[in-house]
Design a protein around this ligand. Structure first.
Ligand SMILES: Cc1cc2nc3c(=O)[nH]c(=O)nc-3n(C[C@H](O)[C@H](O)[C@H](O)COP(=O)(O)OP(=O)(O)OC[C@H]3O[C@@H](n4cnc5c(N)ncnc54)[C@H](O)[C@@H]3O)c2cc1C
Length: 585
């Protein structure tokens, strides 16, 4: 097969894979100071960051008293104390400056009457260490991510970053002595293989929500960068903590932002009861997402879903219509467009939807990927954003804390890369660096072996259903063992799968097949971590171990893919100020 017979070689100081908020924020730090390549399988403004709706948190205190230390506390408590507190401090402190930096780049935030950045409520954000809700989320209507990605991309264009748009990451390269030294990509328009040799490599490829059948994530959310790095022996951390957002549109999973509840929306069961108040008397509908998703799950299990079905209503009918139009225009339009429901007069059917990966590639607070429980950095390898686990979200991320994670830790990673570039050399590429990438393509293009040609779409939909049924809001040993066996079988089937389209030009059949391989790896690590963790914490709720077990599990999980199978280790949690307590809201 002549696929990839021509390989294009490039040399840059740094290569950043991912042009969402995290990748762009890092790249902007290097612009004009180093030669940097930014690789993205999507045209950059189409990155998932553009879909973010509700806001970005920072304790600006513009509309009521707030402090970064309260933000830090909420982040730690929201994450069920699995958060590394040194990282949470950096997040909360630097959020303030990062939001002003975005403002100065031109981001059109909503404003207070006196012209400052307006702020609204979001789940789990409180004043004075939990006394009541606080307005901390800075926002641009319900299109905050769209405004962030446009603003950052414009900065990237202004600074003449070298964009490799619509290049699909195929492999992460390491020199013989273990230094990250580049990546291999496939140009989607031509099928041409590119090797990008670099002194520093950053993975900012976002999350992997497409593992589940009901998800808020776009089709590109397939965990490619995480999976490809994991295949190279780098561990993934805390993968069992995957967040289900409480309010996805029924059956579709499309997100109805928490901003809707921040502006006063209320969840109701079939009796019209505002049930969150029963479970979380202080924060009610603004308790953190892991809890609200579980409340909904419990209401449904108890037969109190609407019409006995597996959804509840998000009620906005009591809100002033002009507030809905001004502050929630997009999300209410989703309800009209996709469910034919008018939120001003009717309850919107919602159910939990797979939303956000708390786990990912483990990093320190400078974005360096680490390889073990002692936090030893992998030389030359960086990660930030949803692909990374720094860990500021612990067992459960608070709403609006992802966007701030991107800009704070994307910026820190970019700055650290710049610093290390002063003394860094190009580590030698491995012999035939494109070998693995070409082998993966060749295998998928081969004719199916008789009787064993599996369809990519079938494997994907089975995986999504298995994960939805057995590894979502609630898990148990029985369901996880079932999922483990099913994923193993699907991985085996994948080795026989092939694609119909053999062409080189925009072969999305092929890219989807490559993505499926990555999704299966992410699913495998998620199940492995979930089986090992015999406790309930944050988004990981085990019906057979219903309480938190700090004695044995106040620790991050590290999963390694080795030639002998998966291995699990534990890494200690960094606790600086806030001792673990029972989480009540
Ligand atoms: C509907 C929705 C609403 C949200 N609302 C909020 C909110 O209000 N506040 C908040 O804090 N968070 C929110 N989030 C979460 C937040 O938007 C994401 O966690 C965050 O934007 C992820 O950013 P990122 O830079 O890590 O990755 P992304 O923005 O997902 O970017 C990933 C990049 O990697 C590239 N990439 C991926 N795979 C490959 C590959 N194989 N080859 C080359 N390039 C590749 C993509 O092209 C893309 O450029 C929301 C999420 C969703 C789904």
């Amino acid at each position: 097969m002549d696929w990839g017979s021509n390989v294009a070689y490039h040399r840059f100081d740094a290569v950043i894979v991912g042009a969402g908020g995290a990748g762009l924020m890092a790249a902007i730090q290097l612009a004009g100071k180093a030669n940097v390549a930014v690789v993205s399988k999507l045209y950059p403004p189409r990155s998932h960051t553009g879909a973010a709706q509700g806001g970005i948190s920072a304790a600006l205190g513009n509309v009521e008293e707030d402090h970064w230390r309260w933000h830090m506390f909420d982040t730690v408590k929201g994450g069920d104390y699995l958060v590394d507190q040194d990282a949470a401090e950096v997040l909360a402190r630097e959020a303030i400056d990062a939001v002003y930096e975005l403002e100065h780049m031109g981001l059109p935030f909503n404003r207070t009457p006196d012209g400052r950045i307006d702020q609204r409520r979001f789940g789990g954000h409180t004043r004075n260490y939990g006394e009541g809700p606080v307005r901390r989320a800075c926002y641009a209507a319900d299109r905050t991510g769209h405004m962030i990605i446009q603003t950052l991309y414009q900065q990237g264009i202004k600074n003449q970053l070298n964009f490799f748009d619509e290049h699909h990451l195929m492999d992460v390269l390491f020199s013989e002595d273990g230094r990250a030294c580049g990546v291999v990509t496939m140009e989607i328009a031509t099928g041409e293989i590119h090797v990008i040799h670099a002194k520093a490599v950053m993975i900012a490829t976002g999350g992997y929500g497409r593992v589940w059948s009901v998800t808020s994530n776009a089709v590109a959310g397939t965990g490619d960068g995480v999976a490809l790095t994991y295949r190279r022996g780098v561990p993934v951390m805390d993968m069992e903590f995957y967040q289900f957002h409480p309010t996805g549109l029924y059956r579709l999973g499309i997100l109805l932002s928490e901003a809707a509840r921040g502006e006063g929306g209320i969840l109701r069961n079939k009796d019209g009861e505002a049930f969150c108040a029963r479970y979380a008397p202080t924060l009610r509908d603004l308790a953190p997402r892991d809890m609200i998703s579980r409340f909904i799950h419990q209401e449904i299990q108890a037969g109190r879903g609407i019409d006995g079905k597996d959804y509840v209503h998000l009620d906005l009918t009591h809100l002033p219509p002009e507030l809905i139009d001004e502050k929630l225009p997009d999300v209410t339009d989703f309800a009209r467009t996709y469910l034919d429901v008018e939120p001003k007069t009717e309850g919107v059917p919602v159910q939990p939807t797979a939303h956000y990966a708390m786990g990912g590639l483990p990093t320190n607070i400078d974005g360096q990927v680490i390889q073990n429980r002692d936090a030893t950095p992998v030389p030359g390898l960086y990660s930030a954003g949803e692909a990374a686990c720094v860990s500021v979200h612990g067992a459960n991320r608070l709403g609006t804390n992802s966007l701030v994670d991107l800009v704070v830790f994307g910026r820190r990673a970019g700055k650290h890369i710049l610093e290390t570039l002063k003394d860094a050399e190009w580590a030698p590429l491995p012999p035939e660096p494109e070998f693995m990438a070409k082998a993966a393509i060749d295998r998928l293009l081969q004719a199916p072996k008789s009787g064993k040609g599996e369809r990519i779409a079938d494997i994907r939909s089975t995986m999504q259903q298995v994960m939805m049924d057995d590894v979502s809001v609630e898990r148990s040993e029985t369901s996880l063992l079932r999922a483990e066996a099913a994923i193993r079988e699907l991985q085996h089937a994948y080795t026989y799968a092939s694609v119909m389209d053999k062409s080189k030009v925009f072969n999305t059949d092929l890219t989807e097949a490559l993505e499926l391989g990555c999704l299966l790896d992410c699913a495998e690590a998620t199940v492995h971590g979930a089986l090992a963790r015999q406790e309930s914490r944050g988004a990981h709720y085990r019906s057979d171990f219903t309480t938190r077990d700090d004695k044995n599990w106040l620790a991050h999980s590290l999963v390694y893919k080795t030639s002998g199978g998966l291995e699990l280790d534990k890494k200690p949690v960094t606790i600086t100020e806030f001792e673990p307590k029972e989480r009540k809201y």
